[in-house]
Write a protein that binds this ligand. Sequence first.
Ligand SMILES: Cc1cc2nc3c(=O)[nH]c(=O)nc-3n(C[C@H](O)[C@H](O)[C@H](O)COP(=O)(O)OP(=O)(O)OC[C@H]3O[C@@H](n4cnc5c(N)ncnc54)[C@H](O)[C@@H]3O)c2cc1C
Length: 419
Amino acid sequence: MNKRETAQISEKQKTDVLIVGAGPAGLAAAVRLYELGIHDILVIERENRPGGILRQCIHDGFGVTRFGESLTGPEYASRFIAKALEYGIRIISNAAVTDITADREVTVVSREGRTIWQAKAVILAMGCRERTRGAAAIPGERPCGVFTAGVAQAYINIYNRMPARETVILGSGDIGMIMARRLTLEGAHVKAVYEIQPYPSGLPRNIRQCLLDYDIPLILSHTVTQIHGSRRLEGVTVSEVDETLRPVPGTDEYIPCDTLILSVGLIPENELSLDAGVSLDPRTHGAFVDEHFQTDVPGIFAAGNVLHVHDLVDFVSKEAEAMAEAVKSYLEEGILAKGGIKIIAGEGIHHTVPQAAEGREPFTLSLRVRRPMRDVTICARQGNEILGRKKMKQALPAEMIWLPLKPLKGTEDVEVYVE
Ligand SMILES: Cc1cc2nc3c(=O)[nH]c(=O)nc-3n(C[C@H](O)[C@H](O)[C@H](O)COP(=O)(O)OP(=O)(O)OC[C@H]3O[C@@H](n4cnc5c(N)ncnc54)[C@H](O)[C@@H]3O)c2cc1C
């Protein structure tokens, strides 16, 4: 280590709770912790201001559940930022957490240098990132004009740049549909939204408000099979897919366009979690947690999109607040009992959060189904004991489902399934 590096590392500093990320999850956790009497909190944010991805979501529709009114993303975030400022919670922006150890030593890098923090509890609230063309493995040339929906959203809403004229959107995720509407309002022509699955992957309200209201076609069971263009995108080939999602020969259609927007999924941002030795669930790509939102590394908690991708930000805030209560208990009473009873995602269920529980008190499972279903009952059972049931007229993979459970008994696994 050279002299400069030595100078840049200050002495190890201490804090009760260090929160990684000042998005809706990190902010809600910080505010609730403060209200619960935990005041030694530090929030680290790598962007130049707090708010997370909501800074670029200028459309409305946020906060309907929580505040009973429809806010824009920045308005929703500002309610939590205002509270954090009022309480004097320390938020350091323009600083990135680059490493977390299992004993909660956190490395933070900023223009001022590198600081090591020793925290009693660490909250992972890093959000998620978008799947890119590479992750979706779309063949063809590599011209410019292929963007993820979030990047296109940032160009328009933050940098005031128009990235598209003749546009094709791949994937019917919520951000893609919201961008179909935004691009149309800004003067671009959206030819269609193509979705590989036989059903849309976003929320029904976005299909209505962003596609149907603007006459933008949604074409199911189709995908982009080739990208054409040398410098700028010139067109894409679109093909129908069969039930195994493979392109059907002879169904190719060339569509001229200058922009392809991808809305093909979000991936929780968990590199730091892995560094800390946290185990990840291959279904959610987030941490395995118990009903206290504690990972399998004691003292490290997770909430928000880094834990599992949420449909609405209102639920992110609610989850982070519930986690804050558990963090307070952890700080005051030491290690919370480890959730030992496994919760198994059975027939028709894609995943559950938590994936295991101690279950001494009632708690609520969050889950998603595998495919759209009508007139079903979601059931949780431990042996012969039914712990919770929910009848649903319609269950969609796009929507998170909440299932309150009775306390668990014994050690047998809990199975969650669709009847
Ligand atoms: C592009 C995009 C658009 C979206 N649009 C909508 C929408 O229109 N409506 C809706 O309901 N939901 C939308 N969502 C979902 C939305 O992300 C969530 O509802 C909500 O913002 C999740 O909150 P979060 O705090 O978990 O994550 P985020 O909002 O992503 O916040 C995470 C924060 O952690 C910071 N961070 C990450 N790693 C580090 C690190 N190593 N060090 C320091 N800081 C770090 C990030 O900079 C970020 O500020 C969108 C998501 C994306 C990706």
